[in-house]
Design a protein around this ligand. Structure first.
Ligand code: ZN
Length: 317
C-alpha cells in the first residue's frame, strides 16, 4: 500500500487548544429529531488499553459534538474515527490507513497506546474542515492539511489532501505516550518521514517526498546547519527558526538512517539513554560509528542531492 501527501504539524495550535479547553465546550446544542450517527465497532478489543464501556461512554460524548447525520463513527483502537464522507469510505480509511499505520508504528517503535481515547476527525474537504474546526473546536487552522490538538484530544484532518498527513499526525500522540521528552527534531523527523510511506519487508517505510527540493536548495546555498545544532534546538527554535529546513533536515536524517537499516536502532538507543543524552546527538554519533561529523554532513548532503532522480521517478508515478 502507498500513502501520499503533505503536511505541517501545528504545534502552535496544539498549544493554543490546550489553553482553550476549559473555555470552549464545542457544539453541544440539542440535536434535531431523527438525528442518528452510524457506529462501527471492531470485532474485538483484544490488545486495546480501553474497555468496551470506555468506548461506549466516549461515543456518547462524541455524538454530542457531531453536528449532522452526515457523520459516521468507526472505533479503531486506540482511536475513534469520525468523518463526513460516506460511511463505507470512513470505514475504509480507518482500516486501510489508520489500522495499518498504528499496527506498523507499534511494531517498530511504540509499545504504549496514548493515555486517552483520541478522536480522528476526517473532514471531507477544505470547506468542511475549516467550518467544523471552528464550529466544534473553536479553531482556525493554520494549515490546510490537518493537525494534532493535544487539548482537544483529537487529530483534525482535511482528508481530501490525502492520507499521508494523517500518518504524520498519528506519530505525534504515540511519541507523546512513549517518549514524552522526545525533542521536536525527532518527533517531526519521524512524523514527516511517514507522511509518504508504504510497507517494505513487513515494516513501515518512508519514501522521498516533496520536502526534498527545498532541502536540496538549502544544501546548495550552504544554509543547512550542523546536526549538533539541529538536535540541540528546543521546540521554540525548531518551530520558529527556518522551520521548513528543520523539518526537511530531520526527515532526511531519519530517511538516511532508515536506508542504512539504523533508524529503529537509533530510536531505541536514544529512548534508552535519553537521561544522559536528551538531544539524541550522542546516540546519533554512536549508531553512525562515531564518524567525523563535518565529514559525515558532507557525505549526507551528497546523498540527499543524489535523491533527486528517485524523487522525480516517484512523483511521476
Ligand atoms: Zn508533525
Amino acid at each position: 500500500m502507498r500513502i501520499s501527501i503533505t503536511c505541517f504539524f501545528s504545534l502552535f495550535l496544539a498549544f493554543a487548544c490546550t489553553s482553550n479547553r476549559t473555555r470552549f465546550q464545542g457544539n453541544t446544542k440539542p440535536k434535531p429529531p431523527g438525528f442518528s450517527v452510524a457506529v462501527t465497532l471492531p470485532d474485538s478489543l483484544a490488545g486495546s488499553a480501553f474497555t468496551q464501556a470506555e468506548f461506549d461512554q466516549h461515543i456518547l460524548d462524541l455524538k454530542k459534538k457531531i453536528p449532522t447525520s452526515d457523520f459516521s463513527i468507526v472505533v479503531e483502537p486506540p482511536f475513534v474515527v469520525v468523518g463526513d464522507e460516506p460511511a463505507e469510505v470512513v470505514k475504509q480509511r480507518a482500516e486501510d490507513t489508520i489500522k495499518w499505520a498504528v499496527k506498523k508504528l507499534k511494531q517498530d517503535y511504540f509499545p504504549k497506546d496514548p493515555a486517552d481515547i483520541l478522536d480522528i476527525w476526517l473532514f471531507k474537504d477544505a470547506a468542511s474542515y475549516e467550518k467544523h474546526a471552528r464550529l466544534i473546536f473553536n479553531d482556525k487552522p493554520t494549515t490546510p492539511y490537518g493537525y494534532y490538538s493535544r487539548g482537544h484530544k483529537a487529530l483534525i484532518m482535511n482528508i481530501s489532501t490525502g492520507g499521508g498527513t494523517l500518518v504524520h499526525e498519528i506519530v505525534h500522540p504515540f511519541i507523546e505516550a512513549n517518549f514524552p521528552d522526545c525533542p521536536s527534531w525527532l518527533n517531526e523527523g519521524l512524523g514527516s518521514l511517514y507522511e509518504q510511506c508504504g510497507e517494505q519487508d513487513g515494516h513501515i517505510h518512508g519514501f522521498v517526498n516533496w520536502r526534498l527540493p527545498g532541502l536540496q536548495q538549502a544544501i546548495k546555498a550552504g544554509t543547512v546547519p550542523s546536526f549538533e545544532f539541529l538536535t540541540s534546538l528546543d521546540s521554540r527554535g525548531f518551530y520558529n527558526d527556518d522551520r521548513g529546513v528543520n523539518y526537511a533536515q530531520s526527515r532526511y536524517l531519519c530517511y538516511y538512517l532508515q536506508e542504512r537499516g539504523l533508524l529503529v536502532k537509533f530510536y531505541q538507543q536514544f529512548h534508552a539513554l535519553q537521561k544522559t543524552d536528551p538531544t539524541g546527538y550522542k546516540s546519533l554519533l554512536s549508531v553512525l560509528g562515531n564518524p567525523n561529523m563535518d565529514r559525515f554532513k558532507k557525505e549526507w548532503e551528497k546523498y540527499v542531492l543524489g535523491l533527486g532522480e528517485e524523487f522525480r521517478l516517484r512523483t511521476a508515478n
